[in-house]
Write a protein that binds this ligand. Sequence first.
Ligand code: SAM
Length: 302
Amino acid sequence: MEPDDAYSLPSAPGQAIPGQSAPGLTLVATPIGNLGDLSARAAAALAGADAVLCEDTRVTSRLLARHSISAKMLALHDHNEESEAPRLVSRMLAGERFALVSDAGTPLVSDPGYRLVRAAIAAGVAVTAVPGPSAVVMALTLSGLPPHPFLFHGFLPPKAAARAGAIARIAAMEAAGLSASLVFYEAPHRTGEALAALAEGLGADRPACVARELTKRFEEVRRGSLAELAAHYASQEARGEVVLCVGPAPPAAESTAESLDESLRAAMATLSVRDAAATVAEATGLPRKRVYARALELAAGR
Ligand code: SAM
């Protein structure tokens, strides 16, 4: 694809105004640690907005000061987003330009903003974005694990029982054929127990990595099996910010007749018999002929 190197600010289609962003909402990604990672377009979008909607004005004011940007800030966080969204949407419909940032990285990604974006879209407000850092993509690309398909889970529940339940649901999806790298955000003090729970629920030998303090002075990517990483972080607490990546489930060496039927039925709900058989054969590693023969039987009601 041809890069558009004409320096331009976010604008709604057909409303490009050099040096000025268009009315509406611009989602602006900010650094995940290294303040030097703010892009030129991001800085221009923040400087050109009537107000910057931010999770924590203290965090955003440090970023703005570092880049000598003066901008009005309005707090928008989990506790007031639902109630503020209609007012903000009306102001944008009346012509105001808002930039939305979170404390770090891409807004909406395990951060506030989804409710405002949904309300803006429903009201016909132009929504655009200045893309940039996000810990999920950086961790995945450094992990050495297959980058796609990947499933980004965000944070696991903090309590052990709920966490085990969430992991069991992923294991069930894998049993039904999901084969994807998995990415989780985690708090540093829960990293050891989360890795142990993942090893227990998904398999101790699964390749994984812990990506820590990305873009910062003590950036580290530690790779190993889930069991190895769980053992490491059982005796040593992770410091700073942490992303966990887990490699895809290995193809099932042997699928029981029952789980093969379940996978086929699920696939045949949306795919032709032939495509469902091909998909399930690929996911399970079972011979295509055998899977197709069983799919034909199921389609015939046997
Ligand atoms: N919106 C952000 C993004 O796009 O990555 C994520 C915000 S979420 C509230 C914060 C979590 O993201 C942290 O607990 C950690 O799991 C991950 N994270 C953010 N910055 C990171 C960094 N520099 N290194 C590793 N993980 C990071």
